[in-house]
Design a protein. Sequence first.
Length: 483
Amino acid sequence: MDPRPEHIVSGASTIEAPAVRGITAVFTATFALRFATGLTGALLIFYLADLESYGGPQVGPAVIGMLTALFFAAELVLSPPFGLLSDRIGHHRVMQVGPVFGFVAVLLTALTAELQVPGSIGLAIPVLAGSLPLLGLTRLLEGASTAASVPSVLGFIAVVTSGDERLRGRASARFEAATIAGLALGFGVAGPVWTVLGPAGFLANGLVYVSALLLFRFAVPDIEPRTLSVRQGPRGWTRYRRLLRRSRVWLLAPTWIALNAGLGLYTSQTLFQLVRTPDPRFASQSLVGGFDPLLVTAAFLLGGVVFFAGLVYWGGRFVSLRRTTIIFYGIVGGAVFVVSALLLNHSGDASPLVRVPTMAGLGLGLFLIAGATPAALGLLADMSESFPADRGAIMGLYSVFLALGQIVGALIGAAAAELWAFDGILVATLLLQAIALMPLSRLRRFEFHFQATPGSGPDPVLTAVDLSVTRAYRDDAPGAPGE
C-alpha cells in the first residue's frame, strides 16, 4: 500500500488574465471543431447505411471499422510532426490548420452523393457516386484535422496552466468537456440534419468548420512562454526520439491505449449497430438494429449530459485525489457500464421497471468513466513540465495513444460485431478494461515524481528555463526523489 496521501501539492499560480481568457477561447473553438467532427462522423454513418441508394456498394461492420481506423491512422501518424511544428512556429498558428482539413473533407464527402438544391435540381458527379476510396480519403483528412489541432491546443493549455494545479485540473476537464460535448452534440443533431438535408448536411457542416477557424484565428491569443529560450541542440525527429527516451510518458501508455481501445469499440460500431437493418442471427439482442435515428439521437444526448457532469465533477478533484485514483474509478465505471449494457441487451420484453436498474448502471458507469480522460491528460501535462520547449511534442502523444487505442478498438470492434453484434462489442470492451487496469499500479508508484521538486527540471542541454517554475520529474535528474 502506498503510504503517500491522495492530496497533490499545488504550485503557486502565476497565470495572467489574458492567458485565462485564452483558455476560454480555445475551449470554445475546440467545441466548434469537435462538433463539426462529430456531425461529419454521424452523418457518414447514416450515409453509409444507405450507400446503395447513392450508387455505392452495401456496407457492413468491416467497412465501418476500416474507415474509422483510417481516421485514427492519420491522427497517429501526423500528430508527432504537427506537435513538433507547433513547438517550432507556435501553437496558435498550427491549431488553425485543423479546421481547414475538416472543411476540405466535408466538401469531398458531399461530392460522392447527389445533392438536391432549390428548384428540385440534383447535382451529382457519377464517377464519384458512392466512392469508398474517396470516402476513405475524407477520413484521412478528418484525422489530419485532429492531428493538427489537438497537440497545438494541448501545448497551449500546458503553457498557460504551468504552475497552477487547480487551473490545470479544471482546464484538463474542460478540454475533455469541450471535446465530448462537441462530439456528442454533433452526433445528436446528425439525425435531424440527415432527415432534413440528407447528404447536403455535409455542405452545411462546412460552415461550422469555417466558424472554428475564425475562432482559433481571432479569439485565441498568441501566447507562448516568455521565460524559455531553446539552446543549440538536436531538432526534428532526433530531438523527438530523445524526448521519448528521457520522459516517463511510457508509464502512461499501456493504460491510456487500452482505455481508448475500449472507447474505439463504441465510436466505430455502436451507432451502426443501433440503426442497421435487424439481423435474424441476433434476434435475441434487443439493441441490434431498427432504432429510429431521432431516438438514437435522444439517447446519445442524454448520455452526453451524464458524461459532461462527470467531467465537471472529476476535474475539480485534481487537488484532493491522485490522477491514478481517478483513472482507477474510471476503469471500474467502464466495467459497470458494460455489465449494465449486457443486461439491457438481453432484457427482451421485460417491463420498464425491470430495466430501471440497468439504466441506472449505465448512468453511473458513464459518470465514473468521465474522470479517466482528464486525469490521464493531467498526468501528461505534468510530464511536459520537464520539457517546456517541447510541450507540443509531448502533448501530441495524447493523440498518438488515443489513435493507437482507437485503431485497435475499431478493428477488434469490427470483428466482434461481425461475429456477435452488440454482445461482441461489450465483451471485448470488458477485456480491454481489464488490460487497462494491469499497468496502473506501476504508474501509481511513479506518479509523485511528476510533482515540483527542487532537483527536477528540463534537460539543461536541450533547454534553458527558470527551474523554479518546473514541476515535473525527469528520469536522469540528479537527486530526484524516489531514486
